[in-house]
Structures are given as C-alpha cells and as structure tokens.
Design a protein around this ligand. Structure first.
Ligand code: ADP
Ligand code: ZN
Length: 217
C-alpha cells in the first residue's frame, strides 16, 4: 500500500498511519517524527530543523528533500509506505513525483483527512506525550487516569513546544498557505480520497479508507 496522508496539523494523520501499518505491510514515514528524533539526539540535521520547528514554520525544502532522498529505497518500504507529513509544499510534491518515477512505483491514494478548526486546535493544544515511551494522551479527549503521569510506563507527560496555543495558530496558517495548495495538485487527474476524522456515524477513518480502496465491502 502506497499512500500520502494530507491534512492540517491535528487532523489525525499520525493516528491513521499507525492503524494502517498495524494491519498492512507498509512503513510509516513521519517527517515530523524523524526531525524530532534528530532534535532529541542533537544531530546536525536536528539543530538545523529546530530553528524552524519551534516557531511552527516549515523546515526548508532542501533540508527535507536531502533527508527523504533514499528513504523510500530502504528495505522497509518495499511493500509500501504511508507518508505522514510529506510532501508539505508543491516543490516537495514535484520532487516526490520524480522519486516515485525513479523507483517505478505508483501511489494507491492521496488521502485528505479533514476536521474542523475547533477540533484541530483542541487536539493539538490538549496533546500530551510521554517522555519515556512516546504514548500520546489528550487533556480533552483522552486524559491519562494518572494526571501528568503515563498510564503505561509511569513516565512524565509533557507538551510539545510547538503544541502551545500560539504556535498552533501559526502552524495552521502555514498549513493553509503552503500545504493546502497540494489538495489542488493531487486533485488533478488522481484519486483524492476525502475522509473525515470526526466520527459522525460513518465508520472509522481506517474503515472509510479501506472502502475507498476497495479492500472491504
Ligand atoms: P503536525 O502535527 O504539524 O503535522 P509534524 O509532527 O508532522 O506536525 O511536524 C512537526 C514540524 O516538523 C513541522 O511544524 C515542521 O516544522 C517540520 N516538518 C515536518 N515535516 C515537514 C515537511 N515535509 N516539510 C517541512 N517541514 C516539515
Ligand atoms: Zn509512557
């Protein structure tokens, strides 16, 4: 399965990607996770990326593309990949087209995950992450029963720097100006699948995706 997940911050891309790779053979590639891992380990890439991430800006295309170059050729991508947070600009999308062509593979779908701005702001500003195991909680939607301690491992929960409310607003502006144009880019001549990540009785996002791809009735 080869899929691009599009959608604003907080639309639920990471959650859906996790669900897909639990069920289907594909690598979950989250550029945000790769950058955060590099920041944590203070690599040169992390030091560069951090300058942009803390304020909610995008990391420059040249840096993102240098990192992604070769990533899709790695073994874990042979049977498929779910791209979560890449591409995020039109130049990244055209570069991805070339990478796919060189690999001789085609996308199965470009999925646009949609949620209202109010939901997205609450998901992001309420998000708390375990320092030790990475488990994700939410103050509004899924609080830990142990307050600011992780239920699974006892680790301390913290808020990502870029999940502070004022940064959330600028990430949403960046999405609207730089990433939303990809919706048109991928609408032309390709199958863009729109899925709501706010349940209203229509089934989970994974079920909707499976139906759109003809994997279930
Ligand atoms: P979000 O919840 O905003 O989707 P991510 O975890 O995907 O968060 O990304 C966190 C940050 O990493 C972004 O705000 C941006 O600074 C940087 N980043 C991640 N992917 C990209 C990309 N494809 N291009 C540029 N910057 C990126
Ligand atoms: Zn934990």
């Amino acid at each position: 399965m080869r899929i691009i997940l599009l959608g604003s911050p907080g639309a639920g891309k990471g959650t859906l990607a996790d669900e897909i790779v639990r069920k289907y053979p594909a690598a979950h590639i989250s550029t945000g996770d790769i950058f955060r891992e590099n920041v944590k380990n203070a690599t040169p890439l992390g030091q560069e990326a951090r300058k942009y991430m803390d304020s909610g800006a995008l990391v420059p295309d040249s840096v993102v593309l240098a990192m992604m170059q070769g990533r899709l050729e790695q073994d874990d991508c042979r049977e498929g990949f779910i791209l979560d947070g890449f591409p995020r600009t039109v130049p990244q999308a055209t570069a991805l087209d070339s990478m796919l062509e060189e690999l001789g593979v085609k996308l199965d779908a470009v999925v646009l995950l949609e949620a209202s701005e109010e939901t997205v702001v609450r998901r992001l500003s309420g998000r708390r992450v375990c320092r030790k195991c990475g488990a994700i909680y939410n103050l509004y939607f899924r609080p830990s029963s142990r307050g600011d301690i992780c239920e699974k491992c006892g680790g301390e929960l913290y808020q990502r720097d870029d999940d502070r409310e004022e940064v959330v607003r600028s990430r949403l502006e960046v999405y609207n100006s730089q990433t939303a144009p990809l919706i048109d880019y991928y609408s032309a001549g390709r199958a863009l699948v729109r899925i709501s990540s706010e349940r209203d009785g229509g089934g989970s996002p994974l079920e909707e995706l499976e139906r759109a791809l003809g994997l279930v009735e």
